[in-house]
Every structure is written in structure tokens, then in C-alpha cells.
Design a protein around this ligand. Structure first.
Ligand SMILES: Nc1ncnc2c1ncn2[C@@H]1O[C@H](COP(=O)(O)OP(=O)(O)OP(=O)(O)O)[C@@H](O)[C@H]1O
Length: 252
């Protein structure tokens, strides 16, 4: 693994929002095919780190490299080409509620489709077969023409994953993909993400509040505490004491 080019590399990255330091001096490398869990309490900087990785936020200090390119030095066209290889499932899913499932899934093509093709597809859906295949992979092919807001939370989560699958990225980033799901559904979604990553040798970076799922479904855990890395290790090396430290409240 040490011989391949990292999918992501952060070199002494800090992220300020006004006076507030969301991330401080982060250096790390993520290699192809790794399944990485970002863990840490609310506000630790997990979502910010994911947004730096997909280039939707530019770091205030340090360098973020993705697929061998320094993101801050790319023009918007080149940045979009890199972003095409990175599929992100956001915490809020970013689905359009009143559209049919197929249109939300087809939004995964938007980085590649022309404006007119995207518009035409809103009237008569294009690439139906690809959408059916992606929905089959997430187990809800029969929901193709259902209105998205008529689906359960777990089904909507699957639509968001299917949208990333039609994009066919090298990397999947998922921000709290099981935050609002019950334990059984959480396991199903985590199994699904793990399988989708393994099948196509995709890299997966997922932020999780549930440390047990991080242990069972990922091969590396990065613990973030107040914007800094507290640990970066294989699950079996992350002791209960480290986890206690990770979630320990700061004394003021
Ligand atoms: N655009 C922004 N402007 C100002 N502050 C921000 C912005 N984005 C994030 N922050 C702040 O940065 C800190 C880290 O936020 P972030 O969303 O990365 O944490 P998180 O670990 O993902 O939390 P959660 O688990 O609750 O999603 C928080 O204090 C948040 O308020």
C-alpha cells in the first residue's frame, strides 16, 4: 500500500471559519481501497474534513491533494474533473423531495451531462437502465418512479447512495450516513457501503457517531477531537480508553 499514490493527502491543513479553528494542523494520507471512519464528537471537524477532501471547501492553510493533484492550484474545470471521481453522500442527503426517484438518481450524472441533456432528462428520463441497476444494487429498484418524499428515511438514504453509484466514482465520502436510522437499518446501510466499496475497490471515507460500526465496517479509524487528530489507527489498536478520551468533555 505504501507504494501507491495516495487518493488523498493533507499536508498541515488548518481550517478557520472567522476566528474559529475547525481543523488544526492536519496531516494524513488515504490510500486506494482503504475504508476510513472519521469519529469524534459533534463539532470535532468531521464534516469539514470531508468537504476539504471533495474540494467544496478550500483550506485556509496547508495543502489538500486529491488523486495526485493539489486542489488549491486547479482551475474550476480541472477541479470538477477530480470531483467527478469523488461521490459524496451528504448528511442532509440533498435530494429533491418532489421529484421522482429516477430524477434524483440521475442527478449523479450532472457533472458529465450537458445542461440540455439534464433538462431533457427531467421531461423524459434518460439512462433509465443505469438508474435501475444502481437502485437494484441498493435494493429498491421498484421505487424508480416513486416520488422521493413518499419513501422512508432508509429508502431515501439508498436513493442518495444510488445517485453516487451512477456517478461511478473512485471514492465515496459519506457524512453520517446512518445518523437518523434505527440499528437494523444502520447495519444494512453500513453493509451496503462496505460492499459497494469492496466490490469495485473504491476508497470509502465515512464519518460516524457510532464507534462500533466504525470498528466493524472500516479498516482504519481517525479520531478527531476539537479539530485535531487524537488517533489514526486500525480498529483493534483503538482502545476503550482512547475512545473515552475522544468523547471526554473539556473542563473549562
Ligand atoms: N461554514 C461554517 N461557518 C462557520 N463555522 C463552521 C462552518 N462549518 C463548520 N463550522 C464549525 O466548525 C466546527 C466543526 O464543524 P463540523 O460540521 O465539521 O463538525 P462535525 O464533527 O462534522 O460535527 P457533527 O458530528 O455535528 O456533524 C463546528 O464548531 C462548526 O460550527
Amino acid at each position: 500500500m505504501a507504494f501507491s499514490v495516495p487518493v488523498f493527502e493533507l499536508k498541515q491543513v488548518s481550517q478557520q471559519f472567522g476566528q474559529f479553528s475547525a481543523l488544526r494542523n492536519i496531516s494524513l494520507q488515504i490510500y486506494p481501497g482503504e475504508r476510513v471512519a472519521l469519529v469524534g464528537s459533534s463539532g470535532a471537524g468531521k464534516s469539514t474534513l470531508l468537504r476539504l477532501l471533495n474540494g467544496s471547501v478550500r483550506s485556509t492553510r496547508g495543502e489538500v491533494w486529491a488523486m495526485g493533484r493539489n486542489l488549491s492550484q486547479l482551475n474550476s474545470k480541472r477541479l470538477r474533473q477530480i470531483q467527478q471521481q469523488i461521490g459524496t453522500i451528504y448528511q442532509q442527503l440533498n435530494l429533491v423531495d418532489n421529484l421522482r426517484v429516477i430524477h434524483n438518481v440521475n442527478a449523479g450524472h450532472l457533472g458529465r451531462w450537458s445542461f440540455f441533456k439534464a433538462l431533457a432528462s427531467l421531461m423524459v428520463p434518460l439512462e433509465v437502465e443505469t438508474a435501475v441497476k444502481a437502485l437494484s444494487q441498493v435494493g429498491i429498484a421498484e421505487k424508480l418512479y416513486e416520488r422521493t418524499d413518499r419513501l422512508s428515511g432508509g429508502q431515501q438514504q439508498r436513493v442518495a447512495i444510488a445517485r453516487v453509484l451512477v456517478q461511478n466514482p473512485l471514492v465515496i465520502l459519506a457524512d453520517e450516513p446512518i445518523a437518523s436510522l434505527d440499528p437494523e437499518l444502520s447495519r444494512e446501510i453500513m453493509d451496503l457501503l462496505q460492499n459497494l466499496a469492496e466490490q469495485a475497490d473504491r476508497t470509502l471515507v465515512v464519518s460516524l457517531h457510532d464507534v462500533d460500526f466504525a470498528r466493524s465496517h472500516c479498516d482504519r479509524m481517525i479520531g478527531l477531537r476539537q479539530g485535531q487528530i487524537l488517533f489514526d489507527a486500525a480498529p483493534h489498536q483503538v482502545s476503550p480508553d482512547l475512545i473515552a478520551d475522544l468523547y471526554r468533555l473539556e473542563s473549562h
